[in-house]
Design a protein around this ligand. Structure first.
Ligand SMILES: CC(C)=CCC/C(C)=C/CC/C(C)=C/CC/C(C)=C/CC/C(C)=C/CC/C(C)=C/CC/C(C)=C/COP(=O)(O)OP(=O)(O)O
Ligand code: 1GP
Ligand code: MG
Length: 229
């Protein structure tokens, strides 16, 4: 399953959080379409490599969502690169990307690199504060989605509510304006019911914190989404 267009569900593992071998096996063998390694702070080369080597015991596709330069390493199937469209600071939209491409441009395999237009919608999320994001109105979110698809031709538009469950009506409204760009939803999914609800509108749902807070609930989100197909 290396074609993202067929993905419905992914788990996101935070390199800064501990996970037992037993739980990691459950996640990787759950039937999820991919496992993303990513977080906002304390993401180091050491904790990324540790997760990568442990996930590689399984066949599930493995993605690094890049949050800093220090933890970039070869060995992942894909590299997701966020560009925070609602940041006030150019650094998080294209600044660090410019620096990285200056350094790695000659060795980058663009077939593995997937750009994500991020819109961070939870003011309490670490990533919101970290990237100096500003809270958008509904019309702003729709405009960011259109920019992601039509201006930048990003393959992904990511509605990021990290830590809290978002607004399904807004997710639906965004879905209605996207044609080619995949809509990814992440934030606060803890149950099969929530997973089903968001996957009615989003192409791909992301389950993160529930892995660490309620592994059984997290695992149930996979089948919930697959049954909808
Ligand atoms: C040698 C080799 C393999 C080369 C490969 C070439 C390659 C892939 C080069 C990369 C080129 C490139 C353009 C890199 C980009 C560099 C970069 C640092 C860009 C900035 C990315 C960015 C905007 C980061 C900000 C933070 C962010 C949006 C992170 C996303 C993850 C996220 C929101 C997690 C949720 O937060 P979490 O930590 O889970 O919160 P809680 O703990 O509260 O749950
Ligand atoms: O951790 P949660 O709230 O599930 O969010 C998932 C993901 O969107 C975080 O980047
Ligand atoms: Mg998290």
């Amino acid at each position: 399953m290396y074609d993202m267009n067929n993905w419905k569900h992914v788990f996101k593992l935070d390199p800064d959080k501990d996970i037992s071998d037993d739980d990691l096996e459950k996640i990787c063998e759950s039937g999820t379409d991919a496992v993303i390694v990513g977080g906002t702070d304390q993401v180091t080369l050491e904790n990324v490599l540790d997760l990568l080597s442990r996930i590689r015991r399984y066949t599930v596709p493995c993605v690094l969502e890049i949050s800093n330069m220090e933890s970039i390493t070869p060995g992942f199937d894909f590299y997701f690169i966020p560009s925070v469209l609602n940041s006030r600071d150019r650094k998080w939209i294209s600044g660090l990307h410019h620096e990285a491409i200056k350094e790695y441009g000659d060795v980058m395999n663009w077939d593995e690199i997937i750009m994500e237009g991020y819109c961070i919608l939870n003011q309490e999320a670490k990533a919101f504060q970290y990237t100096a994001a500003e809270l958008p109105e509904k019309e702003d979110v729709i405009a960011y989605a259109r920019m992601a698809e039509k201006m930048f031709h990003f393959p992904i538009f990511y509605m990021e509510y990290s830590g809290t469950y978002g607004d399904p009506e807004l997710v639906q409204a965004v879905k209605n304006v996207l044609k080619d760009t995949l809509l990814v939803y992440g934030g606060g999914i803890q149950s099969a019911k929530q997973a089903k609800e968001m996957s009615r509108y989003a192409d791909i749902i992301v389950v993160g914190n529930a892995i660490y807070e309620d592994i059984q609930g997290a695992l149930q989100t996979v089948q919930a989404v697959k049954q909808e197909q």
